[in-house]
Design a protein around this ligand. Structure first.
Ligand code: TXA
Ligand code: MG
Length: 334
């Protein structure tokens, strides 16, 4: 059920979480499906509802950097804690750090692995839930496994329906793409596992060392990515409708099928008879493209099309994350 974030509903959501139930809530990136990270029964519900393979670890959300520090105090790895401290300038915000697993967190959360992903979200609703419960909250994106991440409460309802007792409605999320995930497991070589709104360049500058990226160094080797991060499977973030890059097809030789267009700028291919067009930005402003991308894909996927064609952008800054998601959306089924 979709609920407005009134004081009463926030209190109800907090009590659902504290008694081991799940709640969907907005963050500044995408909507999350949250549960108490210290309660194995609660975490199991997340995997069941999403249909997520249980070797795919979850991100644990904490209310502040000082809570992160408190959790990391048992690690005794000063070099790594230093790096997290430097990166804390991006918190609260769309950055997730991968550190060695902590004893306080169930191995269900970490997908059976030895590492743990941590994030301090910025959205006031997410923050209120973390403060009210006092719990670390495990939350993947609130979509079915491998489908489009939700950027509105209605997207969550469409995919997860009444399997979630409560969906807190915070309107459309601001950023629109999932957080940047950076692994600090090798403190000498921090590595981006998933690009997002915090770019490789700003991470490198902040850390004072060159940050690597598995999406540029390892993605072509399909045996590498799933090992580093099981969630980085090739086909992901995908509409049900076949989706291709506009630049990869010869528009004029396609058979007479219903084709939809996702455009990054106005006036693109208006001479072609598209069955549906969604223009996510007037002039390829990447912040707008990211903000509207999943909503547009979601709408096109619900427009009874045979094919969705998507625009592309330069792969710099936020463009890296946008093109990463679109490449996954257009990847063929294995
Ligand atoms: O913006 C976000 O990060 C959203 C909001 C709700 O916070 N969450 C999100 O979670 O996108 P999820 O589960 O949909 O994606 C998390 C990604 C997955 O690809 C997962 O495999 C990876 O992070 N991940 C989680 N823990 C990891 C770990 N310990 N080591 C490597 N990758 C990890
Ligand atoms: Mg996800």
């Amino acid at each position: 059920m979709i609920c407005k974030p009134t004081r009463e509903n926030l209190a109800r959501a907090a009590s659902l979480l504290m008694k081991g139930d799940v709640v969907a809530f907005p963050t500044e990136t995408v909507y999350g499906l949250g549960a108490d990270a210290t309660n194995e029964g609660a975490v199991k519900k997340i995997f069941e509802i999403k249909g997520r393979p249980n070797n795919n670890p979850l991100i644990v959300h904490l209310p502040s950097f000082s809570e992160v520090q408190r959790h990391l105090s048992s690690l005794g790895n000063n070099k790594m804690v230093d790096l997290v401290e430097k990166l804390s300038v991006f918190w609260p915000g769309p950055l997730t750090v991968v550190v060695p697993k902590l004893n306080t967190i169930s191995s269900l959360v970490t997908g059976g692995g030895d590492s743990l992903a941590l994030r301090v979200p910025k959205h006031p609703i997410a923050h209120t839930l973390l403060e009210m419960t006092g719990l670390p909250i495990a939350a993947p994106s609130a979509n079915l496994s491998q489908k489009i991440s939700p950027t509105t409460a209605e997207h969550v309802l469409d995919q997860l329906g009444d399997r979630v007792p409560m969906i807190l409605d915070g309107g459309q999320t601001t950023i629109g793409l999932e957080s940047t995930v950076i692994s600090l497991l090798d403190p000498l070589c921090p590595t981006i596992l998933r690009p997002g709104a915090i770019s490789l360049e700003s991470l490198s500058i902040t850390l004072g060392i060159t940050v690597a990226s598995i999406t540029t160094t390892g993605r072509e080797d399909s045996s590498l990515a799933p090992l580093a991060s099981p969630g980085l499977m090739e086909r992901h973030y995908a509409p049900v409708t076949t989706t291709k890059f506009l630049s990869s097809v010869d528009l004029w030789s396609l058979p007479p099928i219903r084709i939809g267009l996702l455009a990054f700028r106005e006036g693109l291919h208006l001479d072609f008879d598209f069955a549906a067009i969604r223009t996510v930005s007037a002039n390829c402003n990447l912040i707008e493209v990211a903000h509207n991308l999943y909503s547009a894909l979601f709408e096109l996927d619900h427009s009874e099309l045979d094919l969705i064609l998507v625009d592309s952008c330069d792969e710099s800054g936020l463009g890296v994350a946008i093109m990463d998601r679109l490449r996954r959306a257009t990847a063929k089924d294995w």
